[in-house]
Design a protein around this ligand. Structure first.
Ligand SMILES: Cc1ncc(COP(=O)(O)O)c(C=O)c1O
Length: 493
């Protein structure tokens, strides 16, 4: 029988000596398996999964590599373990969800329970899909924040290989004021924050981070303050960051914005900066909860494990026009959590589609390793390289758009009505279409599900570049004969 986690869980980066780098919080024991001591569990998690020779220890403790450091999330250990669990067993949670029927429920019953989402903003017990029950640890609860399921529809794109069909999963319509993919992760992360008694959350990202904006909104809905560490240019770090795009929303909901320069971010890394803010808030008597870059730790990964169950259900229930299976799943990869959840879910579920992650920053090797850390944190026992193909799609670099990328965003908007954000899904689609052009035989006849992960507000940053591509306006000329024909409907003016 597998050794189950004890009631204590390491929560931080063992490769660092920060006083905040190791503490323990409560964790669910899972089923009725015996507990391990904290030391045993430590060695179970770090020892066997992350030996000192593991690439994660060195690779992930580096603060940043090169200049494209948008989503450097820290060590894989922290990525994997920065969360806690509660004491209820899975059976009891199932029983609670069924209306406190005592006793052990059958898996099928648990499946039914889990699909019933609670009213918005309420907390509900989480029951994993039957194919994910061997993962651990399993979150005990989640908050109902997103509007789910998000629809899937056909997407008629130009220049596809013969017989290739593309479908679009509209996670850009997941609700919470344009929160996109991030809200799925936050459903679990904020439930954990609340369970730990947090009165505020901290997170970190680029100056136009969608994740930071989504966190600021969701935290406010749940009555928690939000502290954002935003990375910007050295020349702008001492100035009011303005109200462009995501900043307007963050500031409207009262998030506290603190700026750091790219150089400081590279030198210190997101974990140390997060620790700094933790210390600062604790000194003021607050109880903060730190959410890593992009919400991409193993707990956040459940958001997209769960999304796979949603896709599975949509296929089974005939909610996808004309098909019952996908051959491929494609999405943008920025901090790795969405990729890890989709790849693992697709691998474990009946979906079994090939997952292609188009990396908008860093490089594929980085993401194979980072995703591996997330998978190891779930004790998934799979190799990232076996369940996902990571493709470099960063172009000029994170958040830098080529004219070709922006032209594609404009063309797709005009042809299909779907607006992609240039920083994530725009780059991913550009990468996928390039791949299809270069290797049509690989994609011919395949049914591809592209995940639109949101990020519309990032578009404001590109207004100057997009402007020259959009010239569809003119002054309405009113013929003389019409000038005397007023209909009275303009009276209000
Ligand atoms: C709009 C959008 N799409 C995709 C991603 C990538 O998701 P992940 O960070 O989970 O890799 C992000 C965040 O990084 C995002 O903001």
């Amino acid at each position: 029988m597998a050794l189950m986690p004890p009631s204590l869980s390491p929560v931080a980066d063992l490769s660092r000596s920060s006083p905040l780098s190791l503490h323990f919080s409560s964790i669910s024991g899972g089923n009725s398996a015996p507990s391990a001591s904290p030391e045993q569990f430590s060695s179970l998690v770090w020892g066997s999964k992350l030996p000192s020779s593991s690439p994660f220890r060195s690779q992930f403790s580096v603060a940043g590599r090169g200049s494209d450091i948008p989503h450097r999330a820290g060590t894989s250990v922290q990525a994997a373990q920065h969360w806690s669990f509660h004491k209820e067993s899975r059976e009891r949670r199932g029983a609670e969800a069924m209306g406190s029927r005592a006793g052990v429920l059958e898996t099928e019953e648990l499946e039914e329970v889990s699909m019933e989402r609670q009213p918005m903003l309420s907390k509900a017990p989480y029951v994993p899909p039957s194919w994910a029950t061997h993962l651990h640890a399993i979150p005990s609860h989640f908050y109902s924040l997103a509007q789910l399921p998000t629809p899937i529809h056909r997407w008629k794109l130009p220049r596809l290989p013969n017989g290739t069909e593309i479908f679009l999963k509209r996670d850009d319509l997941s609700g919470m004021q344009l929160s996109g993919n991030k809200i799925r992760k936050l459903e679990f992360l904020l439930a954990d924050a609340k369970a730990q008694g947090a009165d505020c959350v901290i997170t970190i990202g680029g100056i136009q981070s969608n994740h930071c904006r989504a966190t600021a909104i969701a935290a406010r809905y749940l009555n928690m303050d939000c502290y954002l560490i935003l990375r910007t240019n050295r020349t702008l770090v001492n100035e009011d960051p303005g109200l462009m795009g995501n900043l307007l929303v963050e500031r409207l909901v009262g998030a506290h914005v603190e700026l750091v320069s790219k150089e400081e971010y590279i030198q210190l890394g997101s974990i140390v900066l997060g620790d700094l803010m933790l210390e600062k808030l604790r000194a003021k008597g607050r109880n903060p909860y730190l959410i890593p870059v992009g919400g991409s730790n193993s707990l956040g990964t459940w958001g997209y494990v769960e999304a796979v169950r949603e896709i599975e259900q949509q296929l089974v229930q005939g909610k996808v026009e004309g098909i019952s299976a996908f051959d491929d799943i494609v999405m943008a990869c920025g901090s790795g959590g969405t990729t890890a959840g989709l790849a693992l879910g697709s691998h474990l579920s009946t979906i079994r589609a090939k997952v292609h992650a188009y990396a908008v920053c860093d490089d594929p090797e980085y993401f194979y390793d980072y995703v591996q850390g997330l998978l190891d944190g779930l004790n998934a026992g799979v190799n990232s390289r076996d369940i996902v193909q990571v493709v470099n799609a960063k172009g000029l670099g994170y958040a830098l758009s080529t004219t070709e990328e922006l032209k594609l965003v404009q063309e797709v908007s005009e042809l299909t009505g779907v607006i992609l954000d240039p920083v994530y899904s725009g780059k991913a689609l550009n990468g996928m279409l390039k791949d299809m052009t270069e290797n049509p035989a690989v994609w011919e006849g395949r049914k591809v599900l592209f995940i639109h992960t949101g990020g519309l507000l990032g578009m404001y940053d590109k207004v100057n570049q997009l402007g020259p591509l959009i010239s569809n306006w003119e002054r309405l000329r009113i013929p003389e004969s019409f000038l005397k024909n007023g209909d009275g409907c303009g009276k209000m003016f």
